[in-house]
Design a protein around this ligand. Structure first.
Ligand code: SAH
Ligand code: SF4
Ligand code: F3S
Length: 473
């Protein structure tokens, strides 16, 4: 199972993976678009907004790039490798365009924002460059590009949340969906490009979030994940009066839609997750007992240089409090190996804090300097690549052990599982998740269960990445 964790490390960002969607019957549309998304869930969620805007314009989604009139890449800039992957992909699309000159190619998302018009110079066959706050202008930009002009809109906005746009669910399993609750980020973690590519933080209005979640529930979805770079700083004031709405209020409002609608959220910045959020999680059974709480480094000096605004001890106290209030809560992290000037001892601090927190899972990376960030301007990227890779490997090895330990501790327990579909390995098994976000695989047996059903499963065995169970009698 080690390969699985390493595979995650190699992902261009978090759950990043290219995908080609299919939404509805493409034949009813006069034109077809093909979209691939890279990077974080926010980007995947944005692609669903883009799909909605394009559908209004008579574009249907296709999985087959050869059938498309419009090819879009929703890109990520988080690490250098993420950008390289997109550039490679663009070279491949160039070949298709050579055979089909009318084909339009557009770059969306964070790379569009970071590189702006420079992308058009560097990648001659790109027709459109559209930043994450400019998707409403896509119809006009497409028209412009159709006349042979290059079309660019990379303006960032202070208030765009796409609140009124109903996302077209792409490649959905029909069980779980992502709902954006805010955009941008006001934190200035020194390594991070997101504040530059996504702009200022802004929260979407409560009513439209609750309405979208309710619609999802009514159309058969069983789980929503509320998305933002920093969900705990959600803050919305109703212009017609009333108390300001915090993330704890929002969580409660979504949880109240139906007790069988599971609610997840991502990502929490350790400095912002409040006692009220923890208490709300306890109060509602359907709010999943799982927190993604990125640590980045376990050393206070490095954390300060990263501008994370918490210390090692402060983070440990937060973990203690979570364990106290929500016993058994799933906990995961993001970790960066080899940040500027990190010593061997400081690296050891990351390892010891990982042990302390006992993460079930982590997304692990080595530091990649991003032009324009605070760290790039202030600190030399002075840890040799081999050292960064070795430290990352230490972190991966430890996480593998921690994941196995955490799974072994679940053997014998019974979990309420939401079935997401067939197990990847065998159609004779179901795959689902526990509230704590553990992946559970178990034989189907002869009963009326289906995708989206809840079932109690007893854990009989495990690997490092998966719990193996059987349906409880
Ligand atoms: N908003 C989220 C994270 C967004 S980026 C949060 O604050 O937790 C996802 C992860 O990518 C980060 O948590 C960090 O671990 C990693 N990351 C970001 N910039 C990076 C860089 N320059 N080099 C390596 N990893 C980076
Ligand atoms: Fe980047 Fe930090 Fe904002 Fe996360 S909280 S998106 S790491 S600046
Ligand atoms: Fe990447 Fe942008 Fe997300 S840089 S991680 S796609 S916010």
């Amino acid at each position: 199972m080690q390969a699985m964790v390493i595979e995650k490390v190699q992902d261009e960002a978090r759950q990043g993976e290219a995908f080609a969607p299919f939404a509805g019957d493409p034949n009813i549309y006069s034109k077809k678009f093909y979209i691939e998304s890279y990077g974080c869930q926010m980007n995947f969620s944005d692609s669903e907004i883009v799909a909605s805007i394009l559908q209004e314009q008579g574009f249907g989604a296709t999985r087959n790039v050869e059938d498309a009139d419009l090819v879009l890449l929703n890109t990520c800039s988080i690490r250098e490798k993420a950008e390289q992957t997109v550039r490679k992909r663009l070279t491949e699309f160039r070949k298709i365009k050579n055979q089909k000159p009318g084909l339009l190619i557009g770059v969306l998302g964070c790379m569009a924002e970071r590189l702006k018009a420079k992308l058009l110079e560097e990648e001659k066959l790109v027709d459109m460059v559209v930043g994450p706050d400019a998707y409403r202008t896509l119809p006009g930009l497409i028209e412009e590009a159709e006349t042979g002009q290059k079309a660019v809109n990379v303006l960032l906005s202070r208030d765009e949340t796409y609140a009124d746009i109903s996302p077209v669910r792409l490649d959905s399993n029909g069980v779980s969906a992502f709902v954006s609750i805010m955009r941008g980020c006001n934190n200035m973690c020194s390594f991070c490009v997101v504040p530059f590519t996504r702009g200022r933080e802004r929260s979407r209005d409560l009513q439209s979030i609750v309405a979208e979640c309710r619609d999802l529930w009514e159309s058969g979805f069983k789980e929503v994940t509320l998305l933002g770079q920093n969900v705990d700083s959600y803050y919305w004031v109703n212009p017609s009066g009333g108390e300001p709405i915090t993330f704890a209020h929002l969580l409660e409002a979504v949880a109240l839609i139906h007790p069988d609608l599971r609610v997840r959220f991502s990502t929490s910045h350790p400095k912002d997750i409040t006692e009220a959020v923890l208490q709300t999680m306890v109060k509602y059974e359907n709010i999943c007992k799982y927190i993604h709480l990125p640590l980045q480094s376990g050393n206070t000096r490095i954390l300060q240089m990263m501008n994370r605004t918490y210390t090692r001890e402060w983070y440990m106290a937060k973990v203690d409090r979570i364990r106290e209030v929500i016993p058994g809560c799933g906990l995961s992290s993001d970790l960066i190996a080899g940040f500027c000037s990190e010593t061997e001892e400081e690296h050891q601090d990351t390892l010891s804090l990982m042990e302390y927190a006992g993460y079930d899972m982590s997304y692990m990376f080595f530091y990649s300097e991003r032009p324009g960030t605070l760290a790039a301007r202030r600190y030399p990227d002075d840890i040799p690549l081999e050292v960064k890779k070795r430290r990352l490997d230490d972190i991966i090895q430890l996480q593998n052990r921690l994941s196995l330990k955490s799974n072994l501790a679940d053997v014998g327990k019974v979990f309420r599982v939401l079935i997401e579909g067939n197990s990847k390995k065998s159609a004779a098994d179901w795959m689902g998740r526990s509230s704590e976000n553990k992946v559970i695989v178990f034989p189907k047996e002869n009963n009326n269960l289906q995708k989206g059903s809840y079932v109690n499963v007893q854990i009989v065995d495990c690997t490092q990445g998966t719990l193996i169970g059987k349906i409880q009698d």
